[in-house]
Design a protein around this ligand. Structure first.
Ligand SMILES: Cc1cc2nc3c(=O)[nH]c(=O)nc-3n(C[C@H](O)[C@H](O)[C@H](O)COP(=O)(O)OP(=O)(O)OC[C@H]3O[C@@H](n4cnc5c(N)ncnc54)[C@H](O)[C@@H]3O)c2cc1C
Length: 447
């Protein structure tokens, strides 16, 4: 069996390691941080637990769901908690049903929404050239602006006409005109797109990566190993150099889950200038998080609360206890607020204390949290949280991948690693499929 050198210990790297170990393939995994899990961890503050961003398990691949359920046993439970948009001081279902829109936006705006929807449904459209174009064609301008475009501009930090239609493959999945009308016509029924029901581990989303890590042989996992360079001979990566001088000799394959532009940089001159320029154009949105501990037992029943209003830096808020009651003590609750930013922008430059003050002011202005309820807060930053799908991103990703394809033993996987807006179940699927392909090619060679 070939040996795999895995770079990065987030869900993608752990997924490769987990399936490799299960297939009897030896591996070594190098992770820069002292903690495994990447952007998919559960943190603690006193008796509170909270995830690094509002995570939920998408059970889209039955085999992956079975594997995760087998790892967690009865710790993985189904949660029923709808999400909402917070606008003008009240909750609106997310995504809003037509009936809900009438109550939320008033009859005149609801009439405009329906007229726009009818117009865009009746018209024949050529292929969409931007996310905005696609959202407007699918939902009409009024509803698209209210429920999608404002929020997406905050999340990705660019006007939606500069975003690729590919943004929709994830964010609009299952959210069709038909599903909206289905909800109107069948009272009390929610179409599949509303993630009001999902799987979640009782002790927090990070339990999945903890269980993956616990299934691995300890001696094959190196934490505190920051990859500083990749050395190659001809068209094979031969050695991984760590920032502190330690090295990993590559025996056969290398699977990198490091951000794609980082991988291109670590290969130095082996990557041509044009591909390095393409890599430097790939941008990520970071997310700043504020955990706020509150002296009240519950604030809402919502899984996630979206704040599309551009006047606020906070884009989404969640209450960990609404995912699992075990996430906090009986007489307190907590909120986690997410604020997307680009490295170096005004939100990113705020000190933790200034960031906390700003978010707490916003939570008060949104009439969600009265300042006297706040017990304490913690601020965090998730780097490279969202790959930004600009209208040109696919060409740049293709140019980088083309340059990397000269290395016969190198593969790039993961969210930032492959520059694919993907989730934990996708990372596990990528890992499973990479290991499966390796096993099959090794068997074919032996035969
Ligand atoms: C706000 C938010 C909400 C989300 N919601 C969901 C959700 O509801 N459901 C879901 O399934 N997923 C969700 N996700 C996505 C999920 O977190 C990611 O898909 C997943 O964590 C990506 O895994 P990864 O291994 O590709 O990347 P990462 O988790 O980023 O892991 C990469 C690892 O590489 C390490 N690394 C980087 N550079 C080096 C280096 N030079 N040397 C060594 N190691 C290095 C990093 O420290 C990190 O541990 C969400 C993400 C965010 C940010």
């Amino acid at each position: 069996m070939p040996h795999i050198t895995i770079l990065g210990g987030g869900p993608a790297g752990l997924g490769v390691a987990f399936y490799a170990h299960r297939a009897g393939i030896p591996f070594v995994l190098g992770e820069a941080s002292e903690t495994l899990g990447g952007m998919c961890r559960t943190l603690e503050c006193g008796a509170h637990r909270y995830d690094t961003g509002a995570h939920r398990f998408h059970d889209r691949d039955p085999e992956i769901t079975r594997d995760v359920a087998a790892l967690l046993g009865d710790e993985l439970v189904r949660v029923d908690a709808p999400s909402a948009i917070w606008e003008r001081g009240r909750f609106i279902d997310f995504p809003p049903t037509p009936l809900n829109a009438v109550f939320a936006y008033g009859p005149r705006e609801a009439g405009r929404i329906l007229a726009d929807l009818a117009r865009s449904t009746l018209r024949r459209h050529p292929p969409a050239f931007s996310f905005e174009d696609l959202a407007v064609r699918r939902f009409g301008r009024t509803l698209a602006r209210r429920i999608l475009l404002n929020y997406s501009e905050k999340l990705w930090g660019l006007p939606t006409d500069r975003l690729s239609p590919d943004v929709a493959t994830r964010r609009l999945r299952g959210m069709t005109l038909r599903s909206l009308f289905y909800e109107l016509l069948v009272p009390g029924r929610k179409a599949e797109h509303i993630d009001g029901s999902f799987l979640y581990p009782r002790g927090g989303y990070g339990r999945i990566v903890e269980a993956l890590a616990a299934a691995l042989p300890r001696e094959s996992v190196r934490t505190g190993f920051e990859v500083a360079a990749l050395e190659h001979t001809g068209d094979e990566v031969r050695r991984v150099r760590g920032a502190t001088g330690e090295t990993l000799e590559v025996r056969d394959r290398v699977i990198s889950t490091l951000p794609l532009p980082v991988l291109a940089r670590l290969l130095g001159d082996a990557v041509p200038d044009a591909a390095r320029a393409a890599a430097s154009r790939l941008r990520f949105r970071d997310v700043r998080l504020l955990f706020v501990r509150l002296r009240v037992d519950r604030l809402s029943s919502k899984a996630s609360i979206y704040v599309p209003d551009p006047a606020f830096c906070v884009s989404r808020i969640y209450e960990p206890k609404n995912r699992s009651i075990a996430m906090g003590p009986a007489h307190e609750t907590a909120l986690v607020a997410e604020a997307p930013c680009f490295r170096g922008d005004a939100v990113a430059r705020l000190s933790p204390a200034d960031f906390a003050q700003r978010v707490l002011r916003e939570l008060a202005a949104l009439r969600l949290v009265h300042p006297r309820l706040v017990v304490e807060w913690r601020a965090h930053t998730i780097p490279n949280a969202y790959p930004v799908y600009t209208r040109d991103y696919a060409n740049d990703v293709a140019a980088v991948r083309e340059a990397l394809s000269r290395f016969s033993n190198l593969e790039a996987l993961g969210r930032a690693g492959a520059f694919v807006y993907s989730h934990l179940h996708d990372q596990l699927r990528f890992g499973r499929d990479a290991v499966r392909a390796l096993t099959e090619s090794s068997r074919a060679q032996t035969a």
